[in-house]
Design a protein around this ligand. Structure first.
Ligand SMILES: Nc1ncnc2c1ncn2[C@@H]1O[C@H](COP(=O)(O)OP(=O)(O)OP(=O)(O)O)[C@@H](O)[C@H]1O
Ligand SMILES: [Mg+2]
Length: 258
């Protein structure tokens, strides 16, 4: 990251604490990102975290969608502040085997409109204060776009931060994914791979991965019953999308460990 924003961030002492936390408390940090909204980042990030927990990895999930945090709806968690412990910082509650943190714990689900520097401040605050313990993987659910949350993380995070690009097979989504890949490359943010969501077979997403020489992690089919499992993690992982995401998660693990 360059320019004024980078200077502002570099002068913030919370930057170093956030970086230290990310580097020391998580072997891998994996952000689910897309330049276009509604492609399934939240759904797939939650499913990946649930599968990682089932595979006995120590896993955390951080909802970094400051405007529309909604991972708690999938996990069936009431966003109450009293769930968060406060021993020298803040401790995430364990939900379905996942160390879980969301901005919604602090806002109670109320809207939180933030300008650029305020968003950065909120991100630093949550990263610097959260005690994850020792995680194998910290999964991050990003908001759509290539703005503050993702740019800030590229600056805050160390070498252990990677992103998973989420797209649907639609031309519009694939075009947006290509832009995200360009930005990630110019920000020197590592891309672990690409997942194609709401795709009954490999489509334009696979083609994009090939063109861009990034790993194609697989496709997740359209799951008509997905919504009915919201709030019930054990049901969520057993559904059509959930099962397909298990294979994608296994590939993620191989790449991370490789
Ligand atoms: N494989 C799937 N099959 C059916 N519905 C899906 C699938 N994946 C996601 N959805 C649905 O699509 C909608 C958008 O998903 P989700 O909220 O996960 O996307 P997002 O990329 O996180 O959105 P945003 O950009 O707003 O954060 C939700 O209603 C979700 O239930
Ligand atoms: Mg989302």
């Amino acid at each position: 990251m360059q320019g004024k924003a980078a200077m502002f961030l570099r002068s913030d002492p919370r930057l170093y604490e956030s970086r230290r936390k990310l580097e020391q408390q998580a072997k891998h940090v994996l952000g689910f990102a897309s330049a276009k909204g509604g492609v399934g980042k939240t759904t797939l990030a939650v499913l990946a975290a649930l599968h990682l927990a089932r595979m006995r990895f120590r896993v955390g999930l951080l909802d970094l969608d400051l405007t529309n945090p909604c991972t708690h709806l999938l996990l069936g968690v009431e966003p109450r502040l009293d769930l968060v412990g406060e021993e020298a910082g803040i401790s995430p509650p364990k939900i379905a085997g996942i160390e879980y943190m969301t901005i919604a714990f602090f806002t109670g689900g109320k809207p939180l409109p933030l300008r650029g520097s305020e968003a950065t401040s909120a991100i630093l605050e949550i990263l610097a204060a959260t005690n994850w313990g020792q995680l194998d993987v910290l999964v991050i659910d990003f908001p759509p776009g290539i703005k503050d949350e993702i740019l800030d993380l590229s600056m805050i995070g160390g070498d252990n931060v990677k992103i998973v690009v989420v797209t649907t097979p639609s031309k519009l989504s694939v075009e947006a994914a290509k832009r995200l890949i360009d930005v990630a490359r110019s920000e020197k943010l590592s891309i672990l791979g690409l997942v194609e969501n709401m795709a009954d077979k490999p489509g334009l997403g696979k083609e994009l991965a090939r063109q861009q020489r990034i790993e194609y992690l697989g496709h997740i089919p359209w799951d008509p019953d997905l919504e009915q499992s919201f709030g019930r993690p054990e049901k969520l992982v057993e559904g059509k999308a959930g099962k397909a995401m298990r294979e994608v998660t296994e590939r993620l693990v191989k790449l991370l460990e490789g």
